[in-house]
Design a protein around this ligand. Structure first.
Ligand SMILES: [Zn+2]
Length: 231
């Protein structure tokens, strides 16, 4: 499964643009994606012309190895019971196929090995009847959860964070500024974000333009102290 792909969108305003959508979100490897999820910008395409947001309704895998969360996230919370059942059935199928394939590979490898050279292997446990998608594909991997709805995922992820890890953000206002001034504010925001290991998101267009710098609350507080010291 690819980690992400570039999708092309056509906005209601007529603009065609490309945006990166993630199929696998591993926040242990890419911590910035955790904050994009919390800030509401993960898998959301923003039209560069009119600022309209298009939320992707494609499911993705969310994996936080450190906090033990492994989930199949279906952004649409409005899915009907039948849709949910169909999806769960498909997941069980994909899961069983993956387990079968691993077992076949392991069996082939075992038969080609000499008995004198045992090699440590990934253990694959098949789910027992009645155990719903909670079997483990790899040792120490947490059970996979199925989550419907972007907000439900955000609430769960947020509940696993320490207070200083929660989302913080500051706005650098460019309200009423001209295009050149807006460019300048964005470049200042990007420099600060790089310095303090944070991210930048712009909101609105024209006179409503705002630049947000966001990330872990602890780093936002350090940035705020830095800005205060400069004022
Ligand atoms: Zn547009």
């Amino acid at each position: 499964m690819p980690r992400s792909s570039t999708m092309t969108y056509v906005c209601e305003c007529g603009t065609t643009f490309a945006s990166t959508m993630y199929q696998t979100v591993n926040v242990t490897l890419e911590p910035q994606l955790l904050y994009r999820l919390l800030a509401g910008s993960l898998n959301v395409a923003v039209c560069p012309n009119c600022g309209r947001k298009i939320e992707s309704d494609l499911p993705f895998i969310y994996h936080d190895m450190g906090r033990g969360l492994f989930a199949y996230a279906h952004p649409n919370a409005e899915a009907s019971d039948e849709e949910r059942e169909r999806l769960l059935e498909r997941l069980r199928q994909v899961y069983d196929e993956a387990v079968d394939a691993s077992e076949r590979i392991l069996a082939e490898e075992r038969s080609s090995e000499t008995a004198s050279q045992p090699t440590p292997r990934l253990t694959v446990r098949r789910r027992s009847p009645g155990e719903d998608l909670s079997a483990r594909l790899e040792p120490n991997a947490p059970p996979m959860q199925v989550i419907f709805g972007r907000e439900q995922l955000v609430a769960l992820v947020d509940s696993l964070l320490e207070p200083e890890e929660r989302l913080g953000r500051v706005a650098l206002s460019a309200r009423g500024a001209g295009p050149e001034e807006r460019e300048r504010v964005v470049s200042i925001a990007e420099r600060l974000a790089e310095q303090f290991d944070l991210q930048v998101e712009t909101e609105g267009i024209g006179s409503d333009f705002t630049v947000w710098v966001y990330g872990p609350r602890a780093q936002i507080e350090t940035l705020a102290a830095h800005l205060k010291g400069q004022a």
